[in-house]
Design a protein around this ligand. Structure first.
Ligand SMILES: [Zn+2]
Ligand SMILES: [Zn+2]
Length: 98
């Protein structure tokens, strides 16, 4: 999956809880959930506030305890909002992009 260079535009939140991470026929979709979860191709028109929230990498980084914590924002790769958890998740690239 190629990474978009359009990082200036905030990606929309999709109803499945992920930020859009792909496009289908020109429309934003969540490639993780499409076909598996309803809402993967529907933009959340009233997305949750991410103010003050932190996102950590979905993969454990073990040794140094650094989970890649960063401010939550929809432009993080594979960003997933987890309203019932203390942190949101994303993928920091630690395992490569392929
Ligand atoms: Zn999704
Ligand atoms: Zn990582």
């Amino acid at each position: 999956m190629a990474h978009s260079t359009e990082t200036m535009v905030a990606k929309p939140m999709m109803k499945c809880g992920h930020a859009a991470n792909a496009t289908s026929e020109g429309k934003p979709v969540c490639a993780i959930c499409v076909g598996m979860k309803p809402g993967a191709d529907e933009i959340d028109q009233s997305p949750p506030s991410l103010a003050g929230r932190k996102a950590i990498c979905a993969y454990s980084h073990g040794a140094n305890g650094d989970r890649g914590e960063t401010d939550s924002r929809t432009n993080l790769p594979f960003f997933e909002h987890r309203p019932n958890e203390a942190t949101d998740r994303y993928y920091c690239g630690c395992l490569g992009w392929n």
